[in-house]
Design a protein around this ligand. Structure first.
Ligand SMILES: C[S@@+](CC[C@H](N)C(=O)[O-])C[C@H]1O[C@@H](n2cnc3c(N)ncnc32)[C@H](O)[C@@H]1O
Length: 443
């Protein structure tokens, strides 16, 4: 059986070298392991901790090794990153255990380098108090990009847009562990009763004021095997995403289209708010993701969801003016959910350049499917204007039959919601960074 450190190493390797998202890496590698709850916790901490602090850990490797982190073979680099993370960040791990276990892993995965791993890590243990960040006053971009592990272009961009203080708060918050929220499935159980049942399992619960079905939970482990989850009493979802369901505020018997819907978080919320009446057509382009919508819908006991494979960048004549509301929860850069997917910090600028064009095309096509008088909602989990308000403003220039409508039934971004959109930031609102715009088709 693999140890928690070995499972973590395999996951980190997969995330770094095969482009797997960290949350999927954690799920996949934990599912295939036989680790106990406590070891699963340690393993998860290692995977997220190393992914979140990758550039800083490489900076430390570069300070102690003649061979730069970039030039090391992936296994050697990942074992060193894990070892350094334990030495510098984890009070619960003794330094000698971090070194010995790393050497043992290198004997299995990169035998020739085990002496090198031993040497570097012993040096880090001995000289850990001497490690210094780049000088903050001399180069703030470099300082923040090393301390919080970011591509420099992202920090530069945020300082330009938000200023230095806001950027520092944002990157600090993005390295925090996010709170976990669940959405009560009110078709099966009330929020109060669910809280009682979860508390009987030892889970700490807090009813969230802002969203009537939301519960903040602590100590909910191994969720997929939790009996209450399997019975469909709740869905994991951040508050920002739940807000979208309430911005749309659907009526029973509505006909709604969700053009980018997998894994079905917002689709299932809308279908629940409609009390299993009407219809939510849930589309996406990836088969494996469509299967997730199917699983969630079945578990939650919803029979008003119609799942369809369709590419939203293509125009669908059959959907013309057919829907009371259309949700475009567009693919985006994801800069609002760095706390959950820390690998987003390492995205290259050029890899994101084409995204606004796709968003524009999807929004333009989707606008044609809204009935006269109906709603078009545009949302992303990013904090970049070029993917958010700029897309909406350009859309409005081309489509004078639409206008932004004040968002009234939820109070979360008082600065903007009167004007028809909501901007959420982790460091201000304590939830995922999100953008939501509410557009009404006038004619
Ligand atoms: C932000 S996620 C959607 C999250 C989802 N609304 C939820 O609440 O669970 C964006 C989704 O868009 C899908 N997607 C990307 N390009 C697409 C396209 N051209 N057509 C349809 N879906 C697309 C992705 O597969 C992804 O599932």
């Amino acid at each position: 059986m693999k140890s928690s450190r070995e499972v973590a190493l395999n996951a980190i390797y997969d995330i770094e070298n095969n482009g797997l998202y960290s949350n999927l890496g954690v799920n996949k590698h934990l599912r295939d392991s036989n680790l106990k709850d406590m070891d699963r916790g340690f393993c998860t901490e290692l995977i997220y901790g190393v992914t979140e602090n990758k550039y800083f850990l490489n900076y430390v490797i570069n300070s102690f090794s003649k061979i730069k982190a970039k030039k090391l073979s992936p296994h050697v680099r990942n074992i060193l990153q894990m070892g350094i993370y334990q030495i510098l960040f984890l009070d619960s791990t003794k330094d000698f255990a971090a070194v010995n276990e790393s050497v043992n892993l290198s004997k299995k995965y990169c035998k020739k380098a085990s002496g090198f791993v031993n040497g570097v890590l012993r040096n880090v243990v001995r000289k850990q108090t001497e490690i210094k960040y780049p000088d903050k006053n001399e180069d703030i971009v470099k300082y923040l990009s090393i301390k919080y592990s970011y591509e420099e272009w992202i920090i530069k961009n945020w300082i330009n847009k938000f200023g230095q203080d806001f950027t520092e708060e944002l990157v600090e918050e993005n390295n925090e562990k996010p709170d976990l929220y669940i959405r009560t499935n009110e078709l099966k159980i009330s929020r109060d009763d669910l809280i009682k049942k979860l508390e009987e399992q030892g889970v700490e619960c807090e009813a969230v004021k802002l969203v009537k079905e939301a519960i903040k939970v602590k100590g909910l482990k191994n969720i997929e095997n939790n009996e209450l989850f399997k019975r469909g009493y709740y869905q994991i979802q951040d508050i920002s995403s739940m807000i979208i369901g309430h911005v749309i505020n659907p009526s029973e018997d509505d006909n709604i289209l969700d053009v980018c819907s997998a894994p079905g978080g917002k689709t299932t919320h809308l279908a629940t708010l409609m009390k299993n009446t009407g219809k939510v057509v849930a589309r996406d382009i990836f088969d494996h993701k469509l299967n997730l919508i199917k699983e969630n819908t079945k578990r939650l006991g919803l029979n008003n969801v119609d799942i369809q494979k369709f590419d939203a960048t293509k125009y669908d004549q059959e959907s013309l003016e057919k829907f009371d509301a259309v949700l475009v929860d567009a693919p985006c850069s994801g800069f609002g959910i760095i706390r959950r997917k820390p690998e987003i910090k390492y995205k290259k600028k050029k890899d994101l350049e084409g995204i606004p064009e796709i968003q524009k095309t999807i929004l333009q096509n989707s606008s044609k499917y809204v009935k006269k008088g109906g709603l078009l909602i545009y949302s992303t989990c990013t904090i970049e204007d070029r993917e958010n308000i700029n897309i909406v403003n350009e859309f409005l220039k081309l489509n004078d039959d639409y206008k932004l409508e004040p968002i009234e039934n939820i109070n979360v971004d008082l600065e903007n919601q009167e004007d028809g959109y909501i901007k959420l930031y982790p460091n201000i609102h304590g939830m995922d960074g999100f953008f939501i715009a509410k557009l009404r088709r006038m004619r």
